[in-house]
Design a protein around this ligand. Sequence first.
Ligand SMILES: Cc1ncc(COP(=O)(O)O)c(C=O)c1O
Length: 433
Amino acid sequence: MSFKADPSLKPFEKHIYLSSPTMHGEEAEYMMEAYNTNWMSTVGKNINEIEARIASLAGVRYAVALSCGTAALHLATRLAGERLYGQARPNAGTLAGKTVFASDVTFDASINPIAYEDGNAVFIDTEYDTWNMDPAALEKAFELYPDTKLVVVAHLYGTPGKMDEIRKICDAHGALIVEDAAESFGAKYLSDGVWKETGALGDYNCISFNGNKIITGSSGGMFLTDSKEDADKVKKWSTQSREDAPWYQHEEIGFNYRMSNVIAGVVRGQLPYLDTHIAQKKAIYERYKEGFKDLPVKMNPYDETKSVPNFWLSCMIIDPEAMCPQVRDDSKALYTPESGKSCPTEILQTLSAYNAEGRPIWKPMHLQPIYRAHPFVTTNGNGRARSNAYIQETGMRDVGADIFSRGLCLPSDNKMTPEQQDVIIELIKDCFK
Ligand SMILES: Cc1ncc(COP(=O)(O)O)c(C=O)c1O
C-alpha cells in the first residue's frame, strides 16, 4: 500500500488546472475597441501595438503576429529551408530529403513543421541540467549526419536550454537555429555575457499565446527576428502570398496564418501582466520546492547563473530508488503501489481523484508512434536498436525516456491559492507513505 488518504483532505470543489488563462479586464476593452472601430480583421491597432511592444520587449527589431505558435514555427522552418536549399515547388516542402536536428522532449508542434516542409527530423537526446537539448548529443549527431544545416531547439516548460553551447556547435557546422520559445516567453538567458530574452536567441524565433501559456490571446503566436526581409516574407506568406498587383497575383504558395485584431486585443491586455504572471509562477515553483524538501524528488532544474526561467510549469522528478514499478503502453498506465515509493501514474491519479490537474512530462518525440522510424541520437551516438539479446549492453542511454518515466507536471495555475497548493503537496507526500 502506498497512498494513504488523509481523511481531512477533501477533493477541491473547483477544478485546479494545470495552467489556465488569467484575465485582468483590459483584454475585453481592447477587444471591444476592435469591435467598435470595426477593425474586425487581420489588420488594426491591436496588432500594430503588440508587434511593436513585443519586439521591443524581446530585444528584436521585428515581430509578426500570427494565428498560433505552430504557424510561426512553420514559417520559421520554411524560411530556414528556403535560405538553405532554395525556393520549393508549390507542392513540395523546402526541406525535401534533408535532415533536421530537433529537440526530443517537447510538444509536437515544435517539430511537425519539419514534416510539413518534407524534412527528416532526427531527434537529439536531452540533458538533466535543464531538460532541454543536450549539446553533447547534438555534437554526436553532426558526426553521424554531417550535412545537416538546421536545428530546431525548444525551451521546455519555460526553462532556457544551453543555447551558448548549442550556438557554438551550430556555428562550427554552418547550421541555422529555429528557436521555439512558445513555453518560455519572458524567460532570460545569459548569452556570451549578455542577458537576452528567449525568442531572440535563434536565427528564426517563435513564441505562442495559446490559452495555457504565460500570457495568452486565447490563441496566437509570433515570429521574432532582426531581419526586415524575413519579417516581410512571413507577413506575405501568412496572408496568402499576395504580390503587388491590382488583382490576386501569386508567385509563391501562401498560408492564412495572420493573427486577428480581436485576438491581438487580448494579447495587448495581457502584456502588462507578463511580469506578474512570472512572479506568481515562480512563487508556485518555490512553494513546491520547499514542500517537497523531505521527499525523494527534485523540481525541474535550471541554471541559476545563466538563466531566469518564466516558471511556466512546475514539474518534479522522482529519485530512481523511490520509484514504484510503473508500466505504460501507448495509451494506458499501470503501477504497483509500494510503501515509501511512488510514481507519476500514482501521483497523477491521486491529483485527478482530488479534482486537480497534473500531466505526464511531454512524451519524447522519438517514442511517439508517428516518429518511431526517425533516428534518435544520444551522447553515445545512435540511440536506436542498441539492445542485444546475446550481449550485455553498456552504452544504453535515453535521458528523455528517463525524465518521461520519473517526472510529471504539477498543477501550476496562477489562480491556485497557497492553501490549495499546500493540499496538493500533502496529497503528493501521502503518495510516498
Ligand atoms: C513547445 C511548444 N511549441 C509550440 C507550441 C505551439 O503553439 P500554439 O499552440 O500557439 O500553436 C506549443 C504549445 O502550444 C508548445 O508548447
